[in-house]
Structures are given as structure tokens and as C-alpha cells.
Design a protein around this ligand. Structure first.
Ligand code: ATP
Length: 314
């Protein structure tokens, strides 16, 4: 990647003490704005707690939007557990451009979906990244500056759980980014999701809405729903914070198999409760963030970005 400051800056932070640090950051900000300039909607998928299905939601959100004909980018900034490449069974590598000053084209999953993962920075898939915050921040910024996304309706960013360096960097670096918050319905996850919501408020990142994942298991034999992780907590939290509830996705063993084998469930044409649920979530996202001109804060002017006018949310 075309870093302009060489290795002496590698351990620098956003507030670098390197003599040319401020100028370099300003230059990088310009590069990021240019790289993301033709993207209408940027969505950070985040969760308070690990393992609630954030990457699954990010991947399926991207796939479903692409399936509906939108131009979509998917970026995995989970340095410690990048799963997107595996979930999509992407085998290619990022090719450096012929001219080092040119931007790097992301991998194409299909004609509507482009993908980039920080996993491509690792020599070996099983290598562990052992980096402190400043390096992570710099890596994400560099990736944002160097990618050639072109025109997109949606850029979906998958960040690690919690409110650490990665989501913070995304929130502070990507202009107009908005959050989709994923949770499971049980109390321990909900306690953490409230932190995520408060994080969004603190960094002034609008929230598109809350998704409740793993919301009940539909028995394939009798069709009865078993609420393994309790019920309705995500919707209740959304209501408590006056946020749109985007929908609930049930547990489905096929989602696990799909993620493990890299054969995305959403690209199948099955008519299952999980697929219908993902579809409903995507429709809710499309309604709140139409693939038209970008809006920086859809909640600021009218209190509600819902184009149907019927959601009742603030
Ligand atoms: N609706 C679902 N039904 C069944 N399994 C699911 C569902 N959603 C996610 N999973 C499974 O749960 C596991 C964790 O999901 P995922 O990796 O998406 O979570 P995460 O929140 O991104 O995790 P991490 O904290 O590691 O980033 C995966 O095996 C995934 O296939």
C-alpha cells in the first residue's frame, strides 16, 4: 500500500509525534474522502458482545443488498478475528496496482459485491495480529485511503465487538457512517448493546437500528419456536432508546454450515424463516437508507428517516 511516510512512522498514533505526522494524516484524510467519495451509504455493523452474529449479519446484509441489485462493498476491519473472507470462501488476493499511486481494486465476490479484509495484511490466515491501538488505527485508515471502491450504494463495515479502536476509528474516519447494532436477546448481551448505543451517541454516529439475532430456534420437525436466548430483548432495547428495530433473525443451523463452508446461505434460494428474516432486515435498512444520495444524519432534520412514514420511530 502506498504509505507516504515510510517505516519510521509505523508505530505512530493518530496524534503522531513524527514531524510529518499531522501533514501525513491530513493527506490521508483527503485520500479517504476521495476513496469513499462515491459511496452513498456507509454502515458499520457493530455489537457490544462477541459471538452474537455480527459478521453473519454483515455478510448477509451485504449479500442480500447485492442480490437486490445494489452496488455493495464489504470491508472487514476485525483484525483479531477476520471472518468475512472465510464466510464468503474468497480465494483471491489483493493485487497491487501497476502504478503505486493508483488505488487498489477490492476483490469481486460477484458483479454487485466487492470485498476487502484486513486479513489480507497477514502472511498466513492463521497468524495472530498482535498490535496495539495506534497500529490498528493506522492500518484501518490506510486501507480506507487505498481502496478503489468506485460507485457504491452501500459500504458495509464489519468491526470487532465492543467499543475499542476499530469501531472508534471507523466512526471517526468514515464521513457519514451510521451503525447497525446487532444483539442476541439475552440479558448479558443486552447490557453490552446498551454500551454500544451509548458509544454511538458519544461519537455522534447515527444508529440505523437494532437487529436481534439468534432470536428463537424453529424446530425443523414440529415447527415450534424455542426461545433459547430468551425473547424480545433487542426490540425492547430499541424501544428504550427510541431507535428503529430492524427485525429479528432466528437461529438456523444452516447459517452455521453456510458460514463454516463459505457457501453463503443468502445466496441460496431457500424459503426459510432465517432467509425471510434477513430479507426483512435488509428491507428495513433500505427504507431507512435508500440507495439515493448520501445523507449524513437522516435523523437530524425530521426525527425519522423512514421513507414510508409509518414506522413511528423518532
Ligand atoms: N441466526 C443464526 N443462526 C444460527 N447460527 C448463527 C446465526 N447467526 C450467527 N450464527 C453463528 O454463530 C457463530 C458466531 O457468529 P459470528 O461470527 O457472525 O459472530 P460475531 O458476533 O461476528 O463474532 P465475533 O465476536 O467473533 O466477531 C457463527 O458460527 C455463526 O455461523
Amino acid at each position: 500500500m502506498s504509505s507516504s511516510c515510510g517505516s519510521s512512522c509505523e508505530s505512530s498514533s493518530q496524534n503522531s509525534s513524527c514531524g510529518s505526522g499531522d501533514a501525513r494524516l491530513a493527506q490521508q484524510d483527503i485520500a479517504i474522502t476521495r476513496s469513499l467519495g462515491k459511496i452513498k451509504n456507509k454502515i458499520l455493523v457493530m455489537s457490544g458482545k462477541g459471538g452474537v452474529g455480527k459478521s453473519t449479519v454483515a455478510v448477509n446484509l451485504a449479500l442480500c443488498l447485492a442480490k437486490k441489485g445494489h452496488k455493495v462493498g464489504l470491508m472487514d476491519v476485525d483484525l483479531h478475528g477476520p471472518d468475512v473472507v472465510r464466510m464468503l470462501n474468497l480465494t483471491g488476493t489483493l493485487e497491487p496496482p501497476a502504478n503505486p499511486d493508483d488505488l487498489i481494486p477490492p476483490l469481486a465476490f460477484n458483479e454487485n459485491l466487492k470485498v476487502v479484509s484486513l486479513e489480507y495484511m497477514m502472511k498466513d490466515r492463521d497468524d495472530a495480529i498482535i498490535w496495539r491501538g495506534p497500529l490498528k488505527i493506522q492500518a484501518i485508515r490506510q486501507f480506507l485511503a487505498d481502496m478503489d471502491w468506485g460507485e457504491l450504494d452501500y459500504l458495509i463495515v464489519d468491526a470487532p465487538p465492543g467499543t475499542g479502536d476499530e469501531p472508534l476509528t471507523v466512526a471517526q474516519t468514515i464521513p457519514g457512517v451510521q451503525a447497525v447494532v446487532v444483539t442476541t436477546p439475552q440479558a448479558v448481551a443486552l447490557a453490552d448493546v446498551r454500551k454500544s448505543i451509548n458509544f454511538c451517541k458519544a461519537v455522534d454516529m447515527p444508529i440505523v437500528g437494532v437487529v436481534e439475532n439468534m432470536a428463537g430456534f424453529v424446530c425443523p420437525h414440529c415447527g415450534e419456536t424455542v426461545d433459547i436466548f430468551s425473547k424480545g430483548g433487542g426490540e425492547e432495547t430499541a424501544r428504550d432508546f427510541d431507535l428503529p428495530f430492524l427485525g429479528r433473525v432466528p437461529m438456523d443451523p444452516r447459517v452455521v454450515v453456510a458460514g463454516d463452508t463459505g457457501t453463503p446461505y443468502l445466496s441460496s434460494n431457500e424459503d426459510s424463516p432465517a432467509i425471510k428474516a434477513f430479507d426483512a432486515v435488509v428491507t428495513a435498512v433500505e427504507r431507512r437508507l435508500p440507495p439515493g444520495p448520501a445523507t449524513v444524519n437522516p435523523f437530524a432534520a425530521t426525527g425519522c428517516a423512514c421513507t414510508s412514514g409509518g414506522c413511528g420511530s423518532k
